[in-house]
Write a protein that binds this ligand. Structure first.
Ligand SMILES: C[S@@+](CC[C@H](N)C(=O)[O-])C[C@H]1O[C@@H](n2cnc3c(N)ncnc32)[C@H](O)[C@@H]1O
Length: 272
C-alpha cells in the first residue's frame, strides 16, 4: 500500500516524516486488522484511529476502498494541522472519508465503528488504572456489536532496563529510541525519540513520552473488565530479524524484548 501524503511532501527532515518512517507500519497493522475482521465475517468499513498523530493509518484505510471511512482522534491540534496540510490534499476524493477530530480519546466520537485501533503504545499515557479502564470502556461502547478493538504493547526484561536503540532509516538518518529504567514500584517510564541527521546535526527529543509500562496480563484483565470478550494475544511467531508474523497465542517463552497486539471484541453479533 502506498503511503498517502507523499505527493505533497513536507520537508524530508520534518520530524513527523521521520517518525512515520521510523516507527509506523500501516501495512502490517491494517493487514492484521483486515484478516481479523474477515475471519469473524465482520464488516470493514468504519475505523477509528485513536492517538492518531498525523493520521497515517486512517489515510491508508480510506485509500483501501470507496466504502471505507475513518475518524482520526488526537488531543494535539498541531498534528492534525500537519495532517490537514500534508496528508489530506494528497488523498484526493478519499479525503472526504477521513475526519480529523481533536479530542481526548475518552470523549471521542461514538460511531459506531467496526474497529478502533490504539497504536504505538499511546494508551500508556493513562498511568492510573481508572483512567485506562475508562478509556477502554468508552472505546467498547463506540463499537458495533462484534466490533474489534486492538492495541499494541511491548515487553520483556529489556523493556524494564535503561536502553538506547539505534536504527538507520534511510536518507542518512538514524532513529534513536531511548528510555529510562522503569520505576520498579510505579512502572513509570520516560522515553524519547531523537534523530541523527546528515552532516552531524541532531534532532534531540523530537518526541517524548511519560508512560506507565502496563503488563500484558494487566491489559488483558482491564479489557475484560471494560466489557470486551474474545480477547486474544496476537504474538509475533517469527525469530528476531525476520519480518513479523502475528498469530493468536495463549502462551509464549520469556524473551528480552517482544512486541504483540491485544485484540478484543464488543460482545454481541456482528452488524452484518
Ligand atoms: C505516540 S503518538 C502516536 C501516533 C500514531 N498513532 C502512531 O501509531 O505512531 C501519541 C499521540 O497521542 C496523542 N495523545 C496523547 N494523549 C491523548 C489523549 N488523552 N487523547 C487523544 N490523543 C492523545 C498525542 O498528542 C500524540 O499525537
Amino acid at each position: 500500500m502506498a503511503r498517502p501524503g507523499t505527493a505533497r511532501r513536507p520537508p524530508p527532515l520534518d520530524r513527523h516524516v521521520l517518525y512515520e518512517r521510523a516507527v509506523q507500519s500501516p501495512d502490517t497493522e491494517l493487514g492484521l486488522l483486515t484478516r481479523l475482521l474477515a475471519r469473524a465475517g465482520q464488516p470493514a468499513r468504519r475505523l477509528r484511529e485513536d492517538f492518531s498523530g498525523t493520521a497515517l493509518l486512517s489515510a491508508c484505510w480510506v485509500e483501501g476502498g470507496p466504502d471505507r471511512a475513518a475518524v482520526a482522534v488526537d488531543l494535539d491540534p498541531a498534528v492534525h494541522r500537519w495532517a490537514a496540510r500534508h496528508r489530506l490534499p494528497a488523498l484526493g476524493a478519499a479525503a472526504r472519508r477521513l475526519e480529523l477530530v481533536q479530542a481526548d480519546v475518552r470523549h471521542a466520537p461514538r460511531g459506531p465503528f467496526d474497529a478502533i485501533l490504539a497504536l504505538n503504545f499511546s494508551y500508556q499515557v493513562f498511568r492510573e488504572r481508572a483512567e485506562l479502564g475508562a478509556y477502554l470502556a468508552a472505546a467498547r461502547r463506540a463499537l458495533v456489536p462484534g466490533g474489534l478493538f486492538m492495541l499494541d504493547l511491548f515487553g520483556g526484561w529489556l523493556s524494564l532496563q535503561e536502553a538506547t536503540e539505534r536504527r538507520r532509516i534511510g536518507g542518512g538518518v538514524t532513529y534513536v529510541w531511548e528510555h529510562d529504567a522503569c520505576d520498579a514500584i510505579t512502572h513509570r517510564i520516560r522515553c524519547a525519540i531523537h534523530f541523527e541527521l546528515p552532516g552531524g546535526r541532531r534532532l534531540r527529543r523530537a518526541f517524548t513520552y511519560d508512560w506507565r509500562l502496563w503488563s500484558l496480563p494487566e491489559l488483558r484483565d482491564l479489557m475484560a473488565e471494560a466489557g470486551f470478550d474474545r480477547i486474544e494475544v496476537q504474538w509475533d511467531v517469527e525469530p528476531p530479524g525476520v519480518e513479523p508474523r502475528y498469530l493468536p497465542r495463549r502462551h509464549a517463552a520469556n524473551q528480552g524484548a517482544w512486541l504483540a497486539y491485544l485484540v478484543g471484541r464488543r460482545p454481541g453479533l456482528s452488524a452484518r
